[in-house]
Design a binder for this molecule. Sequence first.
Ligand code: UDP
Length: 235
Amino acid sequence: MKENILGIQVNTEGYAELLPRIFSYIEQKEKAMIVAINPEKVMKASKDQSLHDLLNRAEFQIPDGVGIIIASKLQKGKIRERVTGIDLMLRICEEAANQQKSIFLYGAKPGVADEAKSELEKRYPDINISGTLDGYEKDEQIIKQTINDAKPDILFVAMGSPRQELWIEENRDNLHPFVYQGVGGSFDVLAGNIERAPESFQKAGLEWLYRLLKEPSRIKRQMELPKFLVKIIKK
Ligand code: UDP
């Protein structure tokens, strides 16, 4: 089910319900894109009709960001569980290892996707990662061929938003994978280049605060959150 958050459709389900639905696309040989929705993206989309349409066309919009949960509560909606891009990616990897579905990692600086691959292989020994490619290759033909030659079922694209979503939509018809997820900086997190907030911050819904303390320049991005909540309350 989806819930409308200031014009963006967002899935109301948690990980357990989403996973089988995501994998059913592979079984049926159909394509699906997963996008992570947070208040910053909702605000951006409210000023950009083509981004708004692109996000709404995705098969799955996951409620990433505590702001989305707050918004849903305020409008008496159903979204109660945060589904983060990286945690969903890890669940998909775990399930892909179980079902022997193959994965390709595309994006981030040269070398990072390979480090992320090693880390995933450590965590899920049965995982099948059929290839990796950095996010700075310019030749579209090389990108397409490298991915298609590896014949993956699932493609994770780590190029930041909305670049990764635009790229997925533009290319998926000509690519082999069935499931596509835009995962932002997740390869950097797996490679150990970026630290995730301690679990205590995550549980308290304060991951944003931890990131702000570590990277004060994020304040500009984060100032969108109060504006977002004001819009929800006005509505
Ligand atoms: N990146 C890329 N190609 C580009 C620009 C960026 O692969 O042309 C990568 C960059 O190296 C980083 C990720 O995209 O790994 C950006 O992550 P960010 O944290 O900015 O994404 P967010 O989740 O905040 O959208």
